[in-house]
Design a binder for this molecule. Sequence first.
Ligand code: SF4
Ligand code: SF4
Length: 321
Amino acid sequence: MATKPKIAICWLGGCGGCDEAVVDLNEAVLQVADAVEFVLWPVAMDFKYHHVEGMKDKEIALSIINGHVRNCDHEEVARLLRQKSQLILAFGACACFGGTPGLANFTTKEDIFNWVYRDAPTVVNPKGNYPQPKCKVDGKELTLPEFYGQVYALSQIIDVDYYLPGCPPPPDLIASAVNAVLAGKLPPRGSTLAPHKALCDTCERNKTKPPRIALKDIKRIHEVEANPDTCFLAQGILCLGPATRSGCGDVCMKINIPCRGCFGPVEGVKDAGSKFISALASMLDVEDERQVRELVDKLDDLAGYLYRFSAPVSTLVRKRV
Ligand code: SF4
Ligand code: SF4
């Protein structure tokens, strides 16, 4: 009997939604399970890391890794899977770009610890204890993973072969990525397994976009009641569709929410935020720099909005101290 390709699915830092998205394949998961041998999937099966450590190098055909890297435990698991795998798929916005946890790069590790263990109104910590990588309790040494100074995308820690973005990735793209691996029909290494077009190119609302958008005002979605059929930008509402890769299935559009950029920048673009700023600049109908400043000042946390999913891989990377 031919041996089945070995597959690992692993969750580093993240919310668990990406693991849930694999389960959301429903009965297709059973077909995948029939065609492959799972060797690690902590959320669903009882394998241990030492089982993986005991495998030969490159014995795993594909490791699907979701979540960002924020501590030494994440890094150790990522490096172990890289050593044991022929292919690594960065799965979901956190693994591909740092994801929403990457917004923590706009503050510092010290500020995060001070808030979580000292300043938040619900904290009771009379001794002022902060987590330590090592401490002694009753004569025994306890350890915690070292918390890094910033959030990293997976490719900033190990070599990544393929990327599947989304928060989380949609079932159709997950199924076609796994099928491509099983059939050996993969694009060149380094590819993103999602369409190359921008979301605007596939969006149903695009036909309502006028040839030239001239914005005198910019709003965020919670400030207005948006028309459910018209292009958000044509309504003066921030929508990151011009700078975001398509492939999500327009799930936000369908519930009248503009694009927030979870599929990352379009092909060939490194910095999603500056790409959108340049698109937005061409749509502003303002007279001078002062009016531009007034419009931008109205937008609370613009950096957080533009880099919601991609701060660690952007040109900003993190707050400098
Ligand atoms: S990409 Fe989204 S769904 Fe996946 S782990 Fe990160 S936050 Fe959760
Ligand atoms: S700006 Fe947004 S709503 Fe308008 S066409 Fe692009 S993705 Fe669709």
